[in-house]
Design a protein around this ligand. Structure first.
Ligand code: ZN
Length: 659
């Protein structure tokens, strides 16, 4: 019997000999074939020097956990995820759980990662098959094979984690996970408990990082033995890892002649030798992983694109990408995450409000300037008032502040303001406003997000009178990793469970949104007539000093936790206490824009803006509202604007999840 015969398990079960040992990289080199869907050069897999040790941890009995903190372009998904699955179908069958950030990601992996592998690897093809009378053996996200089952689940699904025990659990792109799986808590803990019954369990975490303080993969790396890939200098033989810029704690660092990033080279950390790109292949082939902490069952690895053998990751190319991205905080963040494989550290300082004030533009408050395609609103709920910002959004996520509104509560006998039913009615009436553009069209507000952090129940009760296509309740969540997460039910039934089809609140990643906004606010002023970069924010000349002070009223500062480690948190700038509502309004308006589709739309250069339809949507809730004179005439609901609806998923408004 050879290891090519997968059926050593079936038939003579009792008389089994253990399978001949093959490490994961040995298995991959022998049995794995790259598919045209997942590789530029399909054909036989060749394990790259820096992949071998990571992969072989999967088959090393001493290793229980593996963490790979990585950049793009180093083949991490294929080497450690797809191969591990193939190995445990063919060579060492056992139940496997693969966790992807969302259900869509899970289905995509099944179609574009798993199915081509089974089709193109002869060793696997016969093992995943529909069996007569067992039609449910294979579904998109559940695959059975002799001796095991593979489940692919989305991280937000609590149900996906309730399945039976698994010996191998793979967490892919953990930095893209929503904060919790439904009401049941942390996905990594949930998935890990599925392995509790296996002494030889394997838990694998893989991800490109996101924002410092929110990233999960970076702390996981530091829980492990912290291996980095050391390569020998071709001139003096000194071994060190490679870093992008010179660092105190070592590393050969990258440099290039002024203005010539295409000629980037590395400088040897021992002697200053110049290491040319032509030496990369040999250096990396002779390199080795070196741990910085003792091994206690958890092997952790960090690797970035400078080691890559990809023809699209030459040192010159990486340096050029940095030069192209460095002036735009958004592009720089992508570069840091996907090329350097590092978390993005926001500088943390609040943008300079005086500069923003100085660059106000000539358009009137309450009007829609050219370029804005739809409007959203963010409502901050205070004890005595509502604060509102109306924001227009256009291509490339450019934004225009349209209006800042405060609806004060009614004064009581002592002159103190307090929100009464009349105040809520004023808010409802505000929703009927439309905003004129220069050409006479009227813009309604497409979607309003109301903060349910204070007076939660009152906000839910108010919002549920409106369809979610018009008004949503939102809740700021510091740990949310995206601008908006999946909405979760808020109503409790008498069975004590959440009413799954009842009203839902949307979690807003306030830290992510603030980081994004501050990046946008720091963009340099664009001279008249020049195109604006992605995210550029426009302000009308009537906005006063207070508006800009509020918009820039928080900063990111290091806060020491009780556990002793330091986390960076958003705090109000001294002197601005209780004056940060302007920032909150903008964050909620941004969240509403995301739900409406801003983040799903990738504009093409040749895309003409659609004709905006001028009419407020019909408010179904108004029938229940006491009538107040609406300042603008109500017409028909505007037709859906193609450019913004095109990205929406099949599931309709709420079904299409923003990515
Ligand atoms: Zn050297």
């Amino acid at each position: 019997m050879t290891d090519a015969d997968p059926h050593w398990l079936s038939g003579t079960r009792g008389a089994l000999r253990p399978p001949p040992h093959l490490s994961l990289s040995e298995w991959a080199d022998k049995h794995y074939h790259l598919s045209p869907e997942s590789a530029a050069e399909p054909g036989r897999w060749r394990t790259l020097p820096y992949q071998r040790e990571v992969m072989d941890c999967v088959t090393d009995p001493a290793v229980e956990r593996i963490t790979w903190w990585k950049s793009a372009r180093i083949g991490a998904t294929l080497s450690i995820i797809t191969n591990t699955i193939g190995y445990h179908i063919h060579h060492d069958p056992c139940p496997v759980l693969l966790v992807q950030p969302t259900q869509e990601d899970a289905e995509r992996y099944s179609k574009e990662g798993f199915a081509p592998m089974v089709r193109d690897c002869p060793s696997l093809t016969g093992l995943i098959r529909e069996r007569r009378g067992k039609s449910a053996a294979q579904t998109l996200c559940h695959k059975t094979y002799p001796g095991g089952i593979l489940s692919i689940v989305g991280a937000h699904s609590a149900r996906g984690f309730r399945s039976t025990s698994r010996r191998v659990v793979i967490f892919d792109e953990v930095d893209g996970y929503p904060p919790t799986a439904g009401a049941e808590g942390d996905q990594i803990k949930l998935g890990t408990t599925r392995t509790d019954y296996y002494a030889d369990r394997k838990i694998i975490h893989v991800s490109t990082p996101t924002i410092e303080g929110i990233s999960r993969i970076k702390p996981l790396f530091y829980q492990g033995d912290q291996r980095r890939y050391h390569v020998p200098c071709p001139h003096c033989g000194h071994r060190d890892f490679m870093v992008f810029s010179k660092q105190e704690d070592g590393g050969h660092w990258m440099q290039w002649p002024e203005g010539q990033p295409e000629h980037a080279y590395f400088v040897c950390s021992a002697g200053g030798c110049v290491i040319r790109h032509k030496d990369k292949h040999k250096m990396v082939t002779e390199g080795a992983w070196v741990a910085a902490a003792p091994f206690r069952g958890h092997a952790s690895f960090h690797l970035w694109a400078a080691y890559s053998f990809s023809p699209n990751a030459t040192w010159g190319q990486l340096a050029q990408e940095f030069v192209d991205a460095k002036d735009n905080p958004e592009e720089l963040k992508t570069f840091v995450n996907t090329v350097l494989g590092e978390t993005w550290q926001d500088r943390g300082e609040a943008p300079d409000w005086e500069q923003l004030y100085a660059r106000r533009e000539q358009y009137k408050v309450g009007t829609v300037p050219e370029g804005a395609h739809f409007l959203t609103e963010g409502v901050d709920v205070q004890i005595d008032r509502f604060e509102i910002e109306t924001v227009g959004w256009g291509l490339d996520k450019q934004s225009w502040s349209i209006e800042r509104t405060v609806i004060m509560g009614e004064p009581d006998a002592h002159g103190k303001h307090i929100k009464t039913p009349a105040t809520w009615r004023k808010l409802a009436a505000h929703f009927n406003l439309t905003y004129p553009a220069a050409d006479g069209r009227q813009f309604p507000v497409a979607l309003t997000a109301i903060d349910a952090g204070n007076e939660t129940q009152a906000v839910y009760n108010f919002c549920r009178r409106y369809p979610m296509s018009r008004v949503i309740a939102v809740r700021g969540v510091g740990t949310e990793r995206t601008i908006v997460g999946l909405p979760s039910p808020v109503d409790v039934m008498n069975s004590g469970k959440r009413h799954q089809r009842g009203y839902k609140v949307w979690p807003v990643g306030v830290n992510v949104a603030k980081t994004e906004l501050y990046g946008w606010l720091r963009l340099p002023i664009v001279p008249d007539g020049e195109p604006c970069p992605e995210g550029y924010c426009h302000f009308p000349e009537q906005h006063g000093v207070e508006y800009f002070k509020q918009l820039t009223s928080e900063h990111l500062i290091p806060v020491k936790k009780r556990s002793g480690h330091v986390r960076r948190e958003w705090r109000v700038v001294p002197g601005m206490n209780d004056r940060n509502h302007g920032l909150d309004c903008r964050v909620y308006a941004r969240a509403a824009a995301s739900v409406y589709g801003l983040d799903r739309h990738i504009p093409r250069d040749d895309e003409a803006p659609p004709p905006a339809q001028g009419a407020p949507p019909q408010a179904t809730a108004e029938a229940q509202q006491p009538r107040e004179p609406a300042p603008a005439p109500r017409k028909q609901r505007p037709k859906k604007e193609n450019w913004i609806t095109s990205g929406r998923g099949k599931g309709g408004f709420l079904g299409g999840r923003r990515r």
